[in-house]
Design a protein around this ligand. Sequence first.
Ligand SMILES: Nc1ncnc2c1ncn2[C@@H]1O[C@H](COP(=O)(O)OP(=O)(O)OP(=O)(O)O)[C@@H](O)[C@H]1O
Length: 250
Amino acid sequence: MGAILEVRDIHLSFKGVKALSGVSFSVEEGSFFAVIGPNGAGKTSLLNVLSGVYPPSRGEVFFLGRPLQGLPPQARARMGLGRTFQGLELFRGMSVLDNVKLGAELALGAYPTLLPRAPMEWRLRAWAEEVLDYLHLSPYRHVPAGMLPYGLQKRVEVARALAGRPKLLLLDEPMAGLSLEEKQDLARFLLDAREEWGVTLLWVEHDLRAVLELSDQVLVLSYGEVLYLGDPQGVQKSAQVAEAYLGGGT
Ligand SMILES: Nc1ncnc2c1ncn2[C@@H]1O[C@H](COP(=O)(O)OP(=O)(O)OP(=O)(O)O)[C@@H](O)[C@H]1O
């Protein structure tokens, strides 16, 4: 399989602060790709560049072989580039089902546009229900998302992103604040989604143990630069990573 994402020499600065500096890597289709690094290393900035929130000052990103330059987040989502956020971005007063259905609407590009409204609604709902069922969220479908415990809200956020039928899903610290059991559940759901729907996963995660266990490839950022790019085993062996990342107390 080829690369689904190619990132070439990305630079990004905020008023003189270099958030990203010469970052290049590619993500193989079907892989589980992790981005790690100490606080302020540029991980979220990288996700923001990939999803179209920030234009890079230099460099290029190719998704499915197509350049993404100038495309807003919504257009990227329609192409199959999905995302979850570090803080929860759910509509708290909306039911779990409606939140997930909203995610499914993002995939509308994949539906025939001439389809009358009612069958389209039905299809969207059926797909949202399927995703909820898949992530074991069906019992909560009518509960306002904001009323759920934090761990379940995180899962709803992943469900909403998956409902958009992403080919590549960017996840920003999906395990933050979860218990060990919730982390294990989420890991299983993510691996299943990859298997079942062919979703490639790129995640920013602080839980190093989970990263090393689950990921195929790891990119380590430090001060906006690539410190390491390779397999998870190499992360533990790299003295540079140990100093910058593990020694950094994160
Ligand atoms: N919108 C912004 N305005 C100004 N500076 C920013 C902005 N976003 C990020 N930065 C700066 O860019 C650098 C990288 O930040 P970023 O949030 O990408 O790091 P991170 O690796 O995601 O950190 P964390 O693990 O704490 O989430 C930091 O120095 C940060 O202060």
